[in-house]
Design a protein around this ligand. Sequence first.
Ligand code: ATP
Ligand code: MG
Length: 286
Amino acid sequence: MEQIVRIAVQKSGRLSDDSLSLIKECGIKFYNGTGKLKSTSTNFPVEFLFLRDDDIPGYVADGVADLGIVGQNEVAEKDKEVVLLKKLGFSKCRLALAIPKGTPYEGLEYFEGKSIATSYPKILKNYLDTHQIKADIHEISGSVEIAPSIGLAEGICDIVSSGSTLMMNGLKEVEGIFNSEAVLIAHPQLSDWKKSIVDKLLFRINAVQTGKSNKYVLMNVPNAALPKIISLIPGMRSPTILPLAEEGWSSVHSVLSEDQFWENMDELRAAGAEGILVVPIEKMVI
Ligand code: ATP
Ligand code: MG
């Protein structure tokens, strides 16, 4: 049996750049020439297939690819048998219902008996069924926002991130129905060898993600303030304390989550910390 794990990624689109950056941050090298549809890593037993995102859940379910990086919206819409291994934190967006800007809206009943254009008929039908609304779903594969203005449908269900495309087409969002981000999916039955490679990959992804949400923080502290400062920034085990050349002062190093850092900032300064530096962490293994 071929000893390689195949990973399907989007060829070009809103997932591609961040998918490839993540792979690079995991230390996996490969050649990505334009127009190439397949590429083998030179330093990790994986091979990449560059595909349209719509095809990724199906390829992973069929076992053509072992893993895939794709939006949760496509996973839910295609409804194939795949395992969700990890949320990846990028390409965040939502599917939303929108109607013409000037139309009054008082609730989901608005859509009862109306027609809705969408590229996500399955997700929309599930949502409407759950809320016991009967509407006429028109499946179209793109340019969904134009449907109401050309009389094709009375509302739409489409991907929204900032809402500017809706605005430009004279629409307003009235309900968010599904939140999505990029995820790593896997074929449900992988060989033990493939599983071991997937575990290595997940270990690396976790290290990259943990690194991103934490910062290395350095500050100068008068020795008298050390106990207070240490209580504010516990760090991974405990902070590092190094003496400064100037008598009575120390340099305190620690790792903090970014949110925690901003919360503690005022207290740290009030306690006497100065010269505070915040440095990004590339990878972090706890
Ligand atoms: P393909 O040619 O591969 O079929 P596509 O045109 O269907 O690409 P893209 O527009 O590249 O798809 O979007 C890919 C995925 O990125 C979407 O399925 C969704 O998960 C996410 N996405 C789409 N729009 C946005 C957005 N505005 N902001 C963030 N993520 C988005
Ligand atoms: Mg697509």
